[in-house]
Design a protein around this ligand. Structure first.
Ligand code: SF4
Length: 362
């Protein structure tokens, strides 16, 4: 994979590489006013602050994809995020809109832990053990578009970190058990919140034959959870939460549900990136908030809320999110419609949209 500075050096022309940050900001502002509302920049909460500063809207992945769809005058959507996000915007946007990514090499390692090939193999094995018509696939939005489509084609549904509980409640009314992928921690934390007993949860390891599962355990399960994880959120530990409470007595600890269950169990609150942003906004002035999520968001919240003390549980950053920078943003804006246009296969689009729409109607 090509990373940051190499990416700039290898692909961007020397005249862009030579620009300072202030020059880039000025030029991007100039292009934004030139395009007006026909080109819109969307930035995920985990983007660098200077990229977020250039954005017309910021939010979590689903909020931004919905936003893209609702912007009737926007011909171009420049999406500052990782691959699954830009593809989701391309799946949900209008036919006349084009989605553009500044960094096509920015992927989500979690999404890539569940390839279509592995998921298909797992599904075929499961269908020889249980009644597959009563097994509902639930795919977290942080997944490959092909896997979302696989899910949509089989009566499944997408979820986000803010609505997983509601989606799983729906699934439990609809089927006998569910197959949750690719983030095991989000699955475990949701099962815990809904009171699903531990002996009804099975972990499916795609690296092992038959997922490393006993068929009898699968038959007795309510939830089969894919063993994938986000390396950014699994960096946080229970020990760090304990140390934070010792060092900052009375602090509030808020973490993302991709953290492991020990960390979530020790926190005061758990929720999506948008939830964390709102949690900080609504906290009383003078409060101390310790946050377990990606470093760019923690830093920005620190800058934006000087009346509160905001601390990261540890400095855990997502290198892929940081692949978008002012240089490649300027480059795509100055070549708008000619470079880095995101394409999603029509069949994938059709079935992924079915799974997304199932979620949106809940
Ligand atoms: S923070 Fe985790 S889930 Fe989000 S893009 Fe990075 S690796 Fe993927």
């Amino acid at each position: 994979m090509i990373k940051n500075d190499q990416w700039i050096a290898m692909l961007l022309p020397p005249e862009i590489r030579a620009l300072t940050q202030d020059e880039l900001i000025e030029k991007i502002r100039g292009l934004k006013s030139h395009y007006g509302d026909t080109a819109v920049i969307l930035a995920h909460h985990y983007q660098r602050s200077e990229v977020v500063m250039m954005a017309d809207f910021r939010g979590d992945s689903l909020e931004l994809a919905r936003r893209a769809h609702s912007l009737e005058s926007a011909k171009y959507i420049i999406f500052c995020g990782v691959q699954f996000m830009v593809e989701m915007a391309a799946i949900l946007c209008r036919p006349e809109q084009k989605v553009v990514t500044p960094a096509p090499n920015a992927i989500c390692p979690l999404a890539h832990m569940a390839s279509l090939e592995d998921v298909t193999r797992a599904w075929n094995t499961l269908s020889s053990i249980v009644n597959i018509k009563r097994l509902i696939p639930v795919v977290y939005v942080n997944s490959l578009s092909e896997v979302k489509a696989f899910c949509g084609e089989r009566g499944g549904i997408i979820c986000t970190s803010s609505n997983t509980r509601d989606v799983v409640k729906w699934v439990m009314r609809t089927g006998e058990r569910f197959f949750f992928l690719p983030d095991e921690n989000l699955g475990v934390n949701t099962c815990n919140a809904l009171g699903i007993p531990k002996d009804k949860i099975v972990a499916w390891d795609p690296a092992l034959p038959d997922g490393g599962c006993d068929p009898e355990d699968i038959k007795g399960s309510m939830a089969i959870l894919w063993k994938g994880f986000c390396h950014v959120h699994t960096d946080f530990t229970l020990q760090q939460v304990k140390m934070a409470r010792e060092n900052y007595p009375g602090c509030l600890v808020v973490v993302h549900p991709e953290c492991n269950e020990e960390v979530v169990g020790a926190a005061d609150a758990t929720g999506s990136t948008s939830f964390i942003v709102q949690y900080v906004e609504e906290a009383s002035p003078g409060s101390t908030i310790v946050i377990g999520t990606e470093l760019n968001l923690v830093r920005r919240l620190t800058e934006e809320h000087p009346d509160k003390t905001i601390i990261g549980l540890s400095d855990s950053s997502c290198p892929d999110m940081s692949l978008v920078n002012l240089r490649n943003l300027f480059w795509v804006l100055s070549n708008l419609g000619k470079v880095n246009i995101v394409e999603v296969d029509e069949k994938v689009k059709k079935f992924a949209r079915i799974a997304l729409e199932r979620m949106l109607t809940l």
